[in-house]
Design a protein around this ligand. Sequence first.
Ligand SMILES: *Cc1c(COP(=O)(O)O)cnc(C)c1O
Length: 446
Amino acid sequence: MNQPGQWARLIFLASKFAEGTLVLASLADASYRVHAMARINENFLKLQAGYLFPEIARRVNAFSDAEPEKTKRLIRCGIGDVTEPLPLAARTAMKEAVDELGERGSFRGYGPEQGYDFLRQAIADNSYQGLNVEADEVFVSDGSKCDSGNILDIFGVGQRIAITDPVYPVYVDTNVMMGNTGEGDESGQYGGLVYLPCTAENNFTPALPQEKVDLIYLCYPNNPTGTVATREQLEQWVAYAREHDAVILYDAAYEAFVQDPDLPRSIYEIEGARECAIEFRSFSKNGGFTGTRCAFIVVPKELTGSDGSGGRVSLHGLWARRHSTKFNGVSYPVQRAAEALYSSEGKAEISKLVEHYMGNAALLKSACENCGLDVYGGEHSPYVWVRCPEGVDSWAMFDRMLHEAQVVVTPGAGFGAAGEDYFRISAFNSRENVEEVCARLGAMLG
Ligand SMILES: *Cc1c(COP(=O)(O)O)cnc(C)c1O
């Protein structure tokens, strides 16, 4: 036996073993690091890249690079943002509140997360007069956009969700983020959602879902179609929700624009709605608060959801817990400003704003009609929903309006597959701009 050779072999084997251990150790370390890395919510990867408003901005920017002269006459009727100044009543209340904060004796720190009693009471007394909504069922927030997304926190994942099509994109995208949908297709529809098409053919009245759904998003007056629901239609929804143990998420952001006193402004005008509906409201569109930020939701105490094993749980309690854990309330001056919208001066100023925007809507509606287009909405909402001329799809119409008239509208397809043949014109603008848009529409299509 060759002793030295054996030693050499042993040393060689030992060194190989050590090397292997090192390799294994570093592999283990690498895999440890892969697992320890912050993992993203993969649902976000399902979101479609071309979210509506960024795509509009991209096309407008490309146009302004190519046509700097024409861009100077651009009029934006795309995004639904108010244009008229903040009501004096709100500004005065806000300034006074700021001064209060500047004195030791009247200084305030953190307020109640759900909102100050003065505002919750003003909302219950004025917005829900005669509808039995209590101040402590009102939760003040910084916006309906946030509320309509955040509300999903208190519902389980994997619910069956019904949404109208076309629709306010926030309802869809927040459900995608929560994991309530499958993948999206090229028309922008996601697997797993129950789409309820609203077109001229069904008079923009969605049919009740054929199957059982758990959550139903309704928005009246509607963004984008500008259409309203009658009392009878809402009664059918409330009956459906109660029969199927579903919750209606009722977005009434445009309630102030309803002109006909017989049309419902709140879901709680419908009997039984307190057992099946949450209502979302905002000061953004009536009081011009899109930059000031204040809104609220109503969660009636009767409303419950299932705990999955036959028990019923109060949604009011869950939302109170969620809101006080993740939110610290709207700033005091802003809540005072919102309260002032309910003063007689504030109400008069809101009426004037609504009258102004509805005057714009009437002008836009008749200008489109004079061009021979089919026009919907614009009677109880600041949105006019127009059918594109025969053979022109909604993005092609968007491009034509941009290139030929320098008017930015919103293509219907951006709100859902069923919006493909339509475009939306927003009445949130100055009268001067609206008159100019009407003239350009006439010159382009008339
Ligand atoms: C503008 C709008 C709102 C209001 O959103 P805020 O976050 O309160 O400004 C809510 N819902 C719809 C459908 C809207 O168009």
